[in-house]
Design a protein around this ligand. Sequence first.
Ligand SMILES: [Zn+2]
Length: 469
Amino acid sequence: MEAIAPLTLTSLGGVGTVTGSRHLLEVGASRILLDCGLFQGLKEFRERNWQPFPLDPSTLDAIVITHAHLDHCGYLPRLMKQGFGGPVFVTYDTGKLMSVVLPDSGRLLEEEAGYANRKGYSKHHPALPLYTEDDAWAALDLLHPVAFDQPFQPAPGIEAVFQPAGHILGAAVTRLRVGAATMVCSGDLGRQQHPFLRPPVPIGDADWVMVESTYGDRRHLSDDTVDRLAEVITRTADRGGVVVIPAFAVDRTEVLLFHLHRLHTAGRLPAIPIFLDSPMALAALTIYRAALADEAADVRSEFQGHPEIIDLPALEEVSDTEGSKAVSRRHGSAVIIAGAGMASGGRVVHHLARFLPDARNTVALVGFQAEGTRGRQLLEGATSLKIHGQYVRVRAEICDLTGFSVHADADELVAWLGTATREPSGVFVVHGEPSAAKALHDRIEQELDWVAVAPGLGELLSLVPTTPS
Ligand SMILES: [Zn+2]
């Protein structure tokens, strides 16, 4: 029997919140960071991005990133500025998507700092960005793409392999092997129902499992979302209105286009133009089309080689600002898909200002809407909305299509844990608000009768398998 290497896990983020995923794994002198995410949302979380990293980043052997969402990769340029220069392992499509989202993040951070300086509201003079677009481009030079199912060694004594997680393109369940022991990390876990990505791989044999808990206390409504999408577009077109859909650039837009393609093929869509008004969504769409055409390993086998499943004859791609303004000014029915997904910023904001006051129009919300965002206010029945310093009357129909989620819900998380072929020595519940993490933790204890731990921030856990193979 191989000697069991002592392994420790310390979560430096992504616990007690769904953002800032950063998990430190140490074996002897080897150190890797699993995910390098940005804290987002409430100010108390965002301020953590400014705190010095709790260890010297140059002592990390490598970083392993599970997928291209900023709460899993968006801190990388900042860590590089603090001295990290090692390899960053990603899947090929995660690397491509990061080359879209990281520079965009740097650009936004620069814009925010510039705005704070003009308005003079920052305590820092001058206000500086957490990192710049140039920093983001420099960080991308560290990426080491590896294929799904191809083993790699991020540090001496640690073997790893990425397998499809079904969450967004390139998203991985990461299987880490230390000596004879195995740890399986969910990253963000997708759903069985993703229309064109493979469902998450089963856990199989594992000594420890790290599982996300975003929806650990919730159940997605049963799915008539696509029918309701068809109905709301038809209803709005019948009254001569416009459907505005604030959409997340990566994956949600592609899922939406997939369903619109199907509805179009089935003759269930009125003949009106569909505008995709988001440079980032268009860049991501190009990567998705290439992945479908090139038969990426995480695409469902029946759709490999079929990029047309996300194409629409009525689609009009809008990349420049002038084009976006022209879309807002035009008359006649249309569907407008624009960022940002929670209407907290981006081009969708000027479309809302234009279309909300007219009762013929509709705003369809297709994703999670966080507290404090315009999307959430609309869901909760706001009668007016503050946009660019002015109040705009809400007369448009508001349609809740948040069933288009790309996260597993509580039942799906428990079902995924049930794909383990034996009882693990421990399950670590991360990446959830405290109530969601607790709810999933309790279900694991009660329904599976396993040891479950929701680690605290910075808490060091020693991992010793109780049933060594
Ligand atoms: Zn994610």
